[in-house]
Write a protein that binds this ligand. Structure first.
Ligand SMILES: *Cc1c(COP(=O)(O)O)cnc(C)c1O
Length: 365
């Protein structure tokens, strides 16, 4: 029997300590005990977001946060710009269209980073928002949020950042970089079960919340802001997921935020280097913008086969999504992944590769 190695891109592996933190009696979400948990979570999340602003706790997956940020900060007919370079940025463009915004998509080849100048070329005084994916989990690239922040700093345009697979593994300096709205979710780098999203807004964004014309009851950020003053939420939150996030953040703080980022970078370097040495084709060529939280390997028409072979050996990764479903595998070093896990994955891939040579030759012949 072989110990399971989870290197998924979300939901990610949950440490024993985090699992244990959920093994406790139920508490009221209107109690001092609960308030302390939410306060611990939001205090620590502020450090990961790099903000002094409130962090809202919203019971929904990352997709729910995407929609909530749109309906709270924008109005029907608003012109927005969405650079599209993968599944998640494409999804944001789709949500914007569904809500009747005027969407200008700026397409980039999947697997490349988005170019700030090309995007800014279509941004004008009427542009109400730019929606940027911090870390495109469908391809394995991160985008330069800081450069977008700088480009939009003295404008009325809001910079909305989807950092669902970034926060906790990829550096974010919300206040310093001039981001206006950012969100993440519990099940990626935060090493917890799914169920919660965390959202922060700049003063500039809060002003837009007052003007926005969409109607939303459950996702009304103003309600969340009011309840947040007493470290509570308007409706019943996913309390057990919050217990988990509290413990996971404690682990992150014990390791040290900088060390956590460094571990993600080092694991990614070892992984990319090892894959190259084994002769695998990295999907993202640009070292500078290769995501520190996941790595994609280009395996045309073979991705599902590789994922299945790895799974047989108890190594769990993901295949691609949408048009890349059977062409890439995606390997996460998000959250609870050690160097040993990376070496074990590489070793297993080497075995599979070796096993497969006759098959490949058969295909060619
Ligand atoms: C996972 C992910 C989402 C969607 O989050 P869900 O929790 O699955 O709804 C959105 N954006 C990015 C970049 C993601 O990685």
């Amino acid at each position: 029997m072989q110990k399971q190695i989870s290197m998924m891109v979300g939901p990610t592996a949950i440490p024993e300590r985090v699992l244990s933190a959920m093994n406790r009696p139920a508490i009221s979400h209107r109690s001092k005990e609960y308030d302390q948990v939410q306060k611990n979570v939001t205090d620590n999340l502020k450090k990961l977001f790099g903000t002094q602003n409130d962090v809202l706790v919203v019971t929904t997956s990352g997709t729910g946060a995407m929609e909530a940020c749109l309906t709270n900060c924008f109005s029907p007919g608003d012109k927005v710009v969405v650079p599209v370079s993968g599944k998640f940025s494409a999804q944001y463009a789709e949500i914007c269209k569904l809500f009747g915004l005027e969407v200008i998509e700026v397409p980039f080849e999947w697997g490349t980073t988005v170019d700030v100048e090309q995007v800014m070329a279509v941004v004008d005084a009427d542009t109400k928002g730019v929606f940027l994916t911090h870390n495109e989990s469908s391809t394995g690239v991160f985008n330069d949020a800081e450069a977008f922040g700088a480009a939009l700093r003295d404008t009325e345009t809001l910079l909305v950042l989807d950092s669902v697979s970034g926060v906790g593994g990829l550096e974010l300096k919300f206040d310093e970089w001039g981001i206006d709205v950012a969100f993440t979710a519990s099940q990626k780098c935060l090493m917890a079960p799914p169920g919660l999203s965390f959202i922060t807004l700049s003063d500039k964004a809060w002003k837009k919340v007052d003007e926005a014309q969409f109607t939303t009851y459950y996702f009304d950020f103003k309600e969340y802001r009011d309840y947040n003053k007493q470290d509570e939420t308007p409706a019943t939150p996913a309390v057990y997921t919050l217990f988990a996030v509290e413990e996971a953040l404690e682990m992150i703080m014990e390791e040290g935020v900088e060390n956590v980022y460094k571990r993600h970078q080092e694991n990614t370097q070892i992984l990319r280097q090892g894959l190259k040495e084994l002769g695998f084709d990295l999907f993202v060529k640009d070292e500078k913008f290769a995501s520190p939280t996941l790595t994609s390997v280009y395996l045309p028409n073979q991705a599902k086969r590789y994922a299945a072979e790895l799974a047989k050996r108890n190594v769990i990764i993901n295949t691609g999504i949408n048009k890349l479903a059977n062409d890439i595998i995606r390997i996460g070093v998000m959250g609870y992944v050690s160097k040993n896990d990376v070496y074990a994955l590489l070793k297993t891939l080497e075995e599979i590769r070796f096993d497969e040579l006759p098959y490949q030759q058969a295909q060619v012949g």
